[in-house]
Design a binder for this molecule. Structure first.
Ligand code: ADP
Ligand code: GN1
Ligand code: MG
Length: 368
């Protein structure tokens, strides 16, 4: 791949040195670009957009530019550092929000946030408490964002009822012919239709309000300061859309409160850590507890199970489809991920009363 000519479309200063694969996202191809300048090396993030997942890159990038502009103003107003606390995309030299190469691939360029790293597993309660605060604050920051200006990048992204229907079809179609390798996992999923309905029904009835949410709040979508291990910048803004607060809370718990990585194969090592659940809840409630309705607070624990279940059926559905959506490193990768998520679901179903008691406690404190 001729990365040098792709990068030159953005007109950034210096001489192209190299492009190195970066991070562990499941969707886009992410590269770290090094440029040689008289002041020393300068690094950028170059991403090839996944146009299977995001079929309309114009909408995707238009949303992205709007969201980061809005966040930059908010960060400046509160005296923060917009060069570190949100993303900065570069337009191309001809004023486009991304570059389309001669093969039709779409590329975007952004500043790398220096001296940060991202984790696939939470390192401490303190880190996860600040992560809760950061994701809560992100929703608070976007509370005034005109949601009708955002195009819908992926339809029904967290509509778990629609996800369940899609999954049921994928089981029937069995495009990969792999359904007979995972009957127990399919049965586990199909037995939870009611779970898939819970948040959807509450959103439909208006019991849960729509907010502007991030919708992909795993901890590798937040950059931590390399020295302090504390959150600096929320990234992966591709799915910022109207949603329920439980989507973000739940997705953070699914990933960050797990005792193991998302693709840990040894299921004895996979469970939801209540200490981390509590740490996240403490931080999250400190940021937004005051502004949440009682119904929203009540939706957070069950929402964590719903989003974990939803992610599990998305992985299993992709396995049945022949691995067309998520990046995989080996043939059973999506099945391993699905089993891992279902183990978390089963564990959270048992721990639900304790989770609810924790949420109640910190919600009550925030409301005082
Ligand atoms: P995907 O949609 O594939 O998850 P992301 O935008 O989340 O793509 O990027 C993948 C990974 O690349 C992130 O988890 C993070 O580690 C790293 N990354 C992305 N953007 C930046 C950035 N601006 N600065 C530093 N690291 C980044
Ligand atoms: C994907 O892009 P990434 O890796 O941050 C996916 C999320 C899933 C997650 C599971 C656009 O997130 O919805 O929850 O994988 N993103 C998209 O790890 O589908
Ligand atoms: Mg990501």
């Amino acid at each position: 791949m001729d990365y040098s000519s792709i990068v030159s479309a953005f007109g950034i200063p210096g001489e192209f040195v190299c492009a190195t694969p970066f991070g562990s996202g499941h969707i886009n191809d992410t590269l770290r670009i090094e440029m040689k300048t008289p002041e020393g090396p300068v690094y950028y993030i170059l991403q090839k957009l996944n146009t299977y997942v995001f079929p309309d890159p114009d909408i995707l990038m238009s949303n992205g530019f709007k969201v980061v502009k809005y966040l930059k103003d908010i960060i400046e107003k509160r005296g923060g550092d917009p060069t570190r606390e949100t993303l900065r995309f570069y337009p191309t030299t001809d004023g486009k929000q991304y570059y389309r190469d001669s093969e039709g691939s779409c590329w975007r360029l952004e500043d790398i946030v220096p001296d940060t790293k991202s984790y696939d597993l939470c390192t401490s309660e303190a880190q996860f408490e600040s992560t809760g605060y950061a994701f809560g604050s992100f929703m608070a920051d976007l509370a005034g964002f005109p949601a009708d200006e955002l195009g819908e990048v992926i339809k029904n992204f967290h509509n778990t009822r629609a996800r369940f229907e899609t999954f049921s079809k994928e089981v029937k179609e069995n495009r990969s012919g792999r359904a007979d390798t995972c009957p127990d996992e399919i049965a586990f999923a199909l037995a939870r239709k009611e779970l898939a309905e819970s948040l959807v029904k509450q959103l439909e009835s208006g019991e849960l309000p729509l907010r502007v949410t991030h919708n992909d709040t795993k901890i590798n979508n937040i950059l931590m300061d390399a020295k302090t291990d504390q959150p600096v910048c929320i990234i992966d803004l591709d799915t910022v859309m109207p949603g329920a607060c439980a989507y973000d809370f739940g997705d953070s718990i699914r990933f960050g409160a797990s005792s193991a990585e998302e693709d840990e194969k040894d299921l004895d090592k996979v469970y939801m850590r209540l200490d981390l659940f509590e740490a996240f809840t403490r931080g999250y409630m400190r940021a937004v507890g005051k502004t949440l309705t009682k119904a929203e607070a009540d939706s957070l624990s069950i929402g964590s199970i719903v989003i974990t279940f939803e992610t599990g059926i998305r992985f299993l559905g992709d396995y049945l489809n022949g691995d067309v959506y998520f990046k995989t490193a080996y043939p059973e990768h999506n099945l391993v991920r699905a089993r891992n998520q279902f183990k978390l679901v089963a564990d959270m179903e048992k721990k639900l009363p304790e989770m609810q008691a924790i949420v109640d406690k910190y919600y009550r404190e925030a409301k005082q």
